[in-house]
Design a protein around this ligand. Structure first.
Ligand SMILES: N[C@@H](CCC(=O)N[C@@H](CS)C(=O)NCC(=O)O)C(=O)O
Length: 270
């Protein structure tokens, strides 16, 4: 089974069980997969560590979405929508990646989600913009591009055009927002950047040619260069494959039906 939403999963990445045990007694439990929506939370945890917080002993459980583990009663109790990520913090159970970012941002006040009312209400519309627009649109474009080999080309033509055009439009919106500033909401990385980055970073995988958007391309490099982001992306992925899969992994994806080998021309080969 492949992920019905983003299908980026790397179940064989060797990422299992507990990671990064720390000395405090508080235990967050993260139920996730190495996908764009999953990486939002692991990046957040690592950026909080960069900001000086001890987020404690985080238990990371991989939910193998290709195997359907998201439909188990245990996971459904945390994430009634049956999609990763889910987070358990004591009696609090959370689902929806952006809600989890907001929760962690409130729990650990920092420039990632400042307490100031005006700053928060600068960030939140962009967080919702990602949740309602960027994620679903790039995710759908990805699915039609990569995983629907058994669907008639004529039937795919309209969704490919619709989601492709909308993804480009959203990239343009982001490009305008980034004009003259380093991050989506100003000089500092916030939860809005953390939510948006994993999807834009994967533009080749979604085959959306965002490269003419110079502000976006510079922002991707800027965010990617942060040590917290580097560590967040490394959850579930071998370090040497954070930015480029090995030949073996590409072949494994292809065997599972994904069309991997044609990133060279984003526009020609949708
Ligand atoms: N809006 C949700 C989307 C979550 C989502 O689509 N997760 C995917 C992986 S990236 C998933 O769990 N897919 C499993 C399925 O569709 O069955 C969020 O932001 O948390």
């Amino acid at each position: 089974m492949t992920c019905l939403a983003c299908r980026w999963c790397t179940p064989d990445a060797g990422w299992r069980g507990r990671v990064r045990p720390k000395e405090t007694t508080m235990a967050l439990e993260l139920l996730t997969s190495p996908t764009p929506n999953g990486w939002k939370v692991t990046i957040m945890l690592e950026e909080l560590r960069e900001a000086g917080f001890d987020v404690g002993d985080v238990t990371v459980t991989t939910i193998e979405i290709q195997k359907g583990e998201q439909f188990s009663p245990e996971f459904t109790r945390v994430s009634p929508n049956q999609k990763i990520p889910g987070l358990v913090d004591g009696d609090t159970r959370l689902f929806e990646s952006c809600a989890i970012l907001q929760y962690l941002g409130e729990k650990y006040p920092s420039p990632l989600f400042p307490a100031d009312h005006t700053a928060r209400w600068t960030i939140l519309p962009w967080l919702y913009w990602q949740a309602a627009g960027v994620g679903p649109i790039f995710g759908n474009k990805l699915s039609y591009t990569r995983y629907m080999g058994d669907v008639d080309e004529a039937a795919k033509a309209h969704p490919l055009e619709r989601f492709g055009n909308e993804a480009l439009r959203l990239a343009g919106v982001l490009d305008r927002q980034l004009e003259g500033q380093d991050y989506l909401c100003g000089d500092d990385l916030t939860i809005a950047d953390i939510a948006t980055f994993p999807w834009l970073r994967g533009y080749k995988w979604s085959k959306v040619d965002i490269t003419p958007n110079e502000n976006v391309m510079a922002w991707i490099d800027r965010v990617r260069a942060r040590p917290g982001v580097e560590r967040g992306l490394a959850y579930g992925v071998p370090k040497e494959e954070i930015d480029s899969w090995s030949k073996e992994r590409r072949e494994a994806y292809e065997r599972r039906g994904a069309s991997i080998a044609s990133n060279e021309n984003l526009l020609r080969d949708r």
